[in-house]
Design a protein around this ligand. Structure first.
Ligand SMILES: *Cc1c(COP(=O)(O)O)cnc(C)c1O
Length: 385
């Protein structure tokens, strides 16, 4: 352990947690200084929406702080029924099932669905929770180059399969902010009768009409068999979910070990998710504000000389290269009041470390423009611009 930690420190790969006190949806306090938070997945600022906060506190005061058991035993309070019903309407699927985190939804769904005879085709930049789900499943795993449809087609054509084929992808990729080529993936899945699994952790509340996600963004409702999502990012609460056919949901309730063998979420958490979803449905303009802020930030960065792709997703990577440089730049920006994450291996490949900006609907554009000025000056000083 000591060797590992020393080595991690030498390579600028050491990780530690710091304690931050949220001030509002996009500012945090640390050591009595306030920072602009550009590292959070709180895309719509719903963590600090008074209606959502009141729903959580009312639920805790009325029903207690903990659920006291797994959902299949005594933990399934009424907020769950309401949330799953409303999520299904939102995702336009027959059903949904809520897990305790997005991570647990993903590992439970994949390992519950895939058997030894199956083959899983997985995008090389998929989120760790999808990778871990694949590893837990006994199926063969075939990794295709990032968003490379012809590579995937070639692999599907040449890989023998006795059971089911599955294609797994992030909807919006968590470290690059690009959107999976879903229309092509759907075509390929139909051609090979493969099951398509899309993780919309960074797409729910972010893209598509009303924030309904990647499937809705491309108008492919009914074409994606398994949609995964989280309640912990744009929806400002905690938990994860699977959306799909009734039979898929019933099957996972019976088969997903990360659903069965864990304590249910607290009433406060689930009530907060319900309220956040209601808020989003009543105020779809929140999604437009988020997308406008994302577009604005990308344009500011492009004007400043960064090679940034345009787009509406709020995840904006600024390529840096080495982990040491990314860490040093993040530290310098922190000293100027900006909190953004230095993304390093093993989250990304060695040599592709980056600063990652996460934009929120709760940011104002003056703050974002000022942040880009600071990032530009630091990038020039560190010779990456
Ligand atoms: C954050 C994330 C998850 C995990 O969701 P949690 O609710 O935080 O456990 C899953 N998939 C992707 C792509 C993510 O970015």
């Amino acid at each position: 352990m000591t060797d590992y930690l020393e080595q991690a420190q030498q390579q600028a790969l050491y990780r530690e947690v710091t304690t931050l006190e949220p001030v509002d949806a996009v500012h945090v306090r640390s050591d009595s200084r306030v920072y602009l938070n550009l590292a959070s997945n709180n895309y719509l600022g719903l963590t600090h929406c008074p209606i959502v906060q009141q729903a959580a506190s009312h639920a805790a005061l009325t029903y207690g702080t903990g659920s006291g058991g797994a959902r299949l035993i005594t933990g399934n309070h009424a907020y769950y029924t309401k949330l799953e019903h409303e999520l299904a309407a939102f995702k336009q699927t027959e059903g949904t099932v809520v897990f305790s985190t997005g991570y647990m939804a993903n590992i439970g769904a994949i390992s519950g669905l895939a058997t030894q005879a199956d083959v899983i085709f997985s995008d090389e930049l998929n989120h760790a929770s999808l990778i871990d789900g694949c590893r837990l499943a006994k199926a063969r795993i075939v990794v295709y180059r990032h968003c490379d449809i012809s590579h995937l087609a070639e692999l599907m054509n040449t890989t023998p399969c006795q059971g089911n084929r599955m294609i797994i992808t992030d909807g919006v990729f968590s470290m690059d902010g690009d959107i999976a080529p879903l229309p092509d993936l759907v075509k390929l899945a139909e051609q090979y009768k493969a099951i398509l699994i899309v993780d919309d952790a960074h797409a729910t509340g972010v893209i598509g009409p009303g924030g309904r996600g990647t499937t809705a963004h491309f108008g492919l409702e009914g074409k994606v068999q398994v949609q995964l999502g989280t309640l912990s990012k744009a929806l400002g609460s905690e938990g994860g979910f699977v959306a799909g056919s009734r039979i898929l949901i019933d099957y996972l309730i019976n088969r997903a070990r990360s659903f069965i063998f864990t304590t249910a979420l607290s009433p406060a958490t689930v009530a907060a998710s319900c309220a956040a979803l209601t808020r989003l449905k009543a105020q779809p303009a929140l999604v437009a504000t988020l997308q406008a802020n994302a577009l604005f930030t990308r344009q500011c960065l492009t004007k400043a000389g960064f090679a940034i792709s345009q787009g509406i997703t709020p995840i904006i990577p600024i390529p840096v290269g080495s982990a040491k440089l990314a860490l040093a730049m993040a530290a310098e920006l922190k000293s100027q009041g900006l909190l953004l994450s230095a993304i390093r291996p093993p989250t990304v490949q060695p040599g592709t470390s980056r600063l990652r900006l996460a934009v929120s609907a709760a940011h104002d554009q003056a703050e974002l423009a000022d942040a880009v000025c600071k990032i530009t000056a630091v990038a020039q000083r560190f010779d990456i611009l």
